[in-house]
Design a protein around this ligand. Structure first.
Ligand code: LHQ
Length: 264
């Protein structure tokens, strides 16, 4: 039984809520293990076609629980690289590799690795009162959990360095204006909007979505030439799905499609 997260399975999708509200849902090792196990199950469950990740209480996630990585109470300096290897990096890879859309509803402050776990999700919707804080420099650290990668890619060096070096909070609306996240919405609309989105993904062409993720991720390192070949290969797969057949039939028949999400 999970203690640090809540898992709710609904028709076609799952909602995972980080649930250490007294600590603004900061990660301890248990929360990492429970979240990874939940995402493993969700990834393997064909009836679950989309995921919503959010936080309980007034914060989304304050990053690492610093009480658990306090040099003053440890034997010698901590090996934070080992923490990344064991916990954060597998989590980022798992979210990116999830063959179905992962929507993150940022309900409040997202700080440190908490901000960067949100950025690893496919669609980030934030409450207007939420803030993204690359808090690391306040601790003498650099943004991790993919932070320097996402910031530099999504914002360019000037804004990436500004956020990382100053550790200034970035309000959700500006994060949306800058293209760091999909959108900011009024606080009282966040869960409804995120739920609508995840429900529509749960009725969508799941295999096609997985191929979209794969292609966009590969674009980060591909040459155009290699990428055109990849798009060809992936489109060949997409074209063989029942969803493509139904999507075309639905368009021509002037009706809504009935996507199954299946690969064949
Ligand atoms: C917390 C935390 C927290 C413990 C709030 N830990 N208790 C990876 C590799 C390995 C190790 C190192 O780290 C990493 C990646 C990282 O994530 S490093 C960055 C870690 N995160 C931070 O530096 C953020 C720390 N938190 C804050 O700066 C503030 O709490 C923010 C700005 C997020 C929110 O401020 P407030 O709204 O004023 O809330 P608060 O500070 O009063 O926090 C509420 C409670 O949550 C409080 O506990 P208390 O018992 O006093 O009510 C905080 O101590 C606790 N909390 N973040 N990361």
């Amino acid at each position: 039984m999970a203690e640090t997260i809540l898992i709710e399975t609904r028709a076609g999708h799952a909602v995972v809520t980080l649930n250490r509200p007294d600590k603004l849902n900061a990660f301890n090792d248990r929360m990492h293990r429970e979240l990874r196990a939940a995402l493993d199950e969700i990834g393997a469950d064909e009836t679950c076609r989309a995921v919503l990740l959010t936080g309980a209480g007034r914060g989304f996630c304050a990053g690492q629980d610093l009480g658990d990585r306090n040099p003053a109470t440890m034997d010698g300096p901590p090996d934070l690289g080992a923490t990344l290897d064991e916990f954060y990096n597998p989590l980022v890879r798992q979210i990116r590799a999830m063959p179905k859309p992962v929507v993150c509803a940022v309900n409040g402050v997202a700080a440190g690795a908490g901000a960067n776990i949100a950025l690893a999700c496919d669609i980030v919707i934030a409450a207007e009162s939420a803030k993204f804080i690359q808090a690391f420099a306040r601790l003498g650290l650099l943004p991790d959990a993919g932070g320097t990668w996402h910031l530099a890619r999504l914002l360019g060096e000037a804004r990436a360095k500004g956020l990382a070096l100053t550790a200034e909070p970035l309000p959700a609306s500006r994060a949306a204006d800058w293209g760091l996240i999909w959108k900011a919405v009024p606080d009282d609309k966040l869960i409804a909007e995120a739920t609508d989105l995840v429900e529509s993904f749960a009725r969508g062409p799941t295999t096609g979505y997985a191929l979209i993720k794969q292609a966009i991720h590969a674009a980060a390192t591909d040459t155009l030439d290699a990428h055109l070949d990849l798009e060809r290969d992936l489109q060949r797969k997409a074209g063989r799905t029942p969803d493509y057949a139904d999507g075309v039939a639905a368009f021509l028949g002037k009706r809504a499609p009935n996507f199954t999400g299946r690969a064949e």
